[in-house]
Write a protein that binds this ligand. Structure first.
Ligand code: ATP
Ligand code: MG
Length: 635
């Protein structure tokens, strides 16, 4: 492999930095320029092209290039507490399985540039399928296995896949969750029809096959046991995948990513943020259907030569110690999870954290939702290792904000998502004027283009929507908006205050729901909560809280509930002032969330205002929304 780059005397510091990071991956042909942006570029800003002219391949970088030094090292460990199986694949075995999968897909007509939709549970074949697509230059679009037919159909129509890879069933808390009937219904609903459906039969549920269309993987694999499929060398800016955003705020957007920039960003972030180290073990409890799963279950850890754990199961089964049991068993060095998962554990005995030898663990990374300070402290003290909040989006593919590793970082800024990550020019601006904000002033978190490598190139099939949605909302400038509010303290640490949609206006005062949520969560009895603004004739809006108790028996009767509600309200009053005092705090058994674990504040708000809660195709479980209704409207 060649890593030689032409010398350019005028390279800016930014380009020099990315040139150095680019040496972390293999290139078949070197790139001719680090960045193509602005004057003379093929496309006008905000479109950017990284490592132009270079050819590389994600599968080569994640798998093939490690065969020389670590063929016998475990690459992928599948742990399923759903079907009670552990399976280990060395880099050599992973390579063989990926090549077989690539050969199988080719035999079904899949070619470079074709889309392959992957609708699979957390099984090794999902990883094989993703890497096989990368190998042959097909564009994968992984759709989270929990989505129902309607959501799936929309994504089929948008991505227009030639092939869909799926399975008979997933499993949740030990019960089979059928996929095939949902898939059949989705294909029925969709206008675009795949030529073939490739099926992994796990033997969990009966399947009916559509003749001519549906193909079983096991016999096809047999036909390609000794296949040889060389990697396709792709120009850095060709498309690696499409991934739809979680849809918390409406119609999901097909985030489109490149090949070279993504590989470089992952390699650099593994090295400089995530304590990546070849030969060590990495465990992310996310799902391959989300961006964390793409970047930091599959591609990132493998590019870094680590052993990655693919976990099929919940954080609570067989008990709330399962994460830590896996950390001990595999001597995990780095773990990545979500605040939602940790808050779920918080409702259980902290002794479970002390039961296992966690001395291998260097850090726990959490992302996806604001990490409240009490939860951060609880888990950091329990694990005895740093807990690192990091803030990013499906769109960016890797962290925008994170706490850097520094030996002197003795006092973690809990509640802060950290500092801007290298490569990101992050700015806080006023959403109405575009003027930059100062210390301790709230503003919208924006990124000055060009976006760094690894971030979305565009929205699949809709360049116009890409520019309009992300770059044309701040007056007077072409700036990427995250649509999140934030604030920066005097030390330069950033705090994410919540989505722009979630800000409420009480008697002319703008309050971030997150601040009130943090305050409510600081009450010892509360496990998690959501705050929304509800219309009020007098004040415009009032804050209404919905809280989940660590111990639900604390609110069995009306008197106990009222006493607790009073306590929580005065706590908020004390901490944030009278204006932030919620009008009500209701206690419910669970919060309505998306399947990615994000609280559906907009739907809660709609229900409280007797409006239609909107598109609920991404909701995890509808019953908490009924509880919201019951609690607030008594209906
Ligand atoms: P959609 O854009 O379709 O509504 P989504 O925004 O929920 O979906 P993601 O890209 O998965 O989809 O989530 C990114 C959002 O999650 C961020 O914009 C932010 O609101 C929130 N988020 C992620 N990490 C953090 C964090 N560390 N702290 C606070 N908020 C976070
Ligand atoms: Mg979003």
């Amino acid at each position: 492999m060649s890593n030689q780059q032409p010398v350019d005397q005028n390279t800016s510091a930014r380009e020099q930095m990315w040139r150095e990071h680019a040496a972390l991956i293999d290139w078949k042909n070197p790139f001719t320029s680090v960045l193509e942006y602005g004057d003379g570029a093929r496309l006008p800003p905000p479109f950017a092209r990284w490592f132009v002219g270079g050819t590389t391949n994600l599968c080569h970088n994640a798998v093939d290039r490690h065969l020389k030094d670590r063929a016998d090292q475990p690459a992928l460990i599948w742990e399923s507490t759903e079907v009670d199986v552990t399976r280990t694949y060395t880099y050599a075995e992973l390579h063989r399985e990926v090549v077989r999968f690539a050969a199988g897909m080719r035999s079904l007509g899949v070619r470079r540039g074709d889309r392959v939709l992957i609708y699979l549970p957390m099984i090794p074949e999902a990883v094989f399928a993703m890497l096989a697509c990368a190998r042959i230059g097909a564009i994968h679009s992984v759709v989270f296995g929990g989505f129902a037919s309607m959501s799936l159909a929309k994504r089929i129509d948008d991505a227009q896949p030639r092939l869909i890879v799926s399975a008979d069933a997933g499993s949740r808390t030990g019960k089979a969750l059928e996929y095939k009937p949902l898939l059949d219904a989705a294909i029925e609903l969709a206008t675009a029809k795949p030529e073939h459906v490739l099926l992994i039969d796990r033997g969990l549920a009966p399947m009916t096959r559509v003749a001519g269309r549906d193909v079983d993987w096991a016999p096809l694999r047999e036909q390609h046991l000794n296949a040889d499929v060389p990697v396709e060398w792709l120009e850095s800016n060709e498309i690696s995948y499409i991934l739809y955003t979680s849809g918390t705020t409406g119609k999901p957007k097909g985030v489109q990513r490149d090949v070279g920039g993504y590989a470089v960003a992952l390699a650099a972030s593994m090295k400089h943020i995530f304590y990546g180290e070849a030969g060590k073990t990495y465990f992310s409890s996310s799902d391959i259907g989300w961006v964390v799963g793409h970047s930091y279950i599959v591609y990132g850890p493998l590019i870094a030569g680590m052993t990655t754990i693919l976990y099929e199961g919940t954080p609570l089964r067989p008990d709330a110690g399962i994460f830590w049991q896996l950390v001990e068993k595999h001597r995990v060095k780095v773990m990545f999870s979500s605040p939602t998962a940790i808050r779920a554990l918080k409702r259980h005995d902290q002794a479970l954290l002390k039961k296992y030898d966690l001395s291998s663990l260097r850090a726990l990374f959490l992302a996806g939702e604001p990490l409240d300070e009490p939860t951060a402290r609880w888990i950091s003290e329990g694990l005895g290792c740093p807990v690192i909040d990091n803030y990013w989006q499906t769109e960016t593919g890797w962290p925008i904000l994170a706490t850097p590793d520094s030996p002197g970082n003795a006092s973690p800024h809990y509640g802060s998502a950290g500092l801007p990550v290298f490569g990101y020019d992050v700015r806080l601006v006023d959403e109405n004027t575009g003027v930059e904000k100062g210390i301790n002033e709230k503003g919208v978190v924006t990124i000055q283009p060009p976006l760094p490598p690894g971030c979305l190139q565009t929205i699949w099939g809709d360049d116009k929507r890409f520019v309009q949605t992300y770059f044309e909302t701040i007056p007077g400038q072409l700036t990427y908006s995250t649509f999140d509010f934030g604030v920066k303290d005097k030390d330069g640490y950033w705090f994410i205050l919540g989505r722009m949609d979630d800000v409420i206006n009480v008697a002319g005062h703008r309050l971030g729901t997150r601040e009130i949520e943090e305050s409510i969560c600081s009450h010892a009895a509360i496990a998690e909560c959501a705050v929304v603004g509800v219309q009020d004739a007098l004040k415009g809006q009032v804050a209404v809280g919905f809280a989940v108790l660590k111990d639900p028996t604390l609110a069995v009767d009306m008197a106990a509930r009222m006493a607790l509600e009073g306590e929580v309200m005065s706590l908020v009053h004390q901490q944030l002032g009278a204006i932030a005092r919620p009008a009500r705090v209701h206690f419910i058994a669970a919060l309505p969330k998306t399947r990615s674990g994000k609280v559906l504040r907009r739907s809660i708000q709609a229900v409280c205002e007797s409006r239609d809660p909107g598109d609920l195709t991404t909701i995890d479980d509808a019953s908490p929304l009924d509880q919201v209704k019951q609690a607030h409207l008594g209906a």
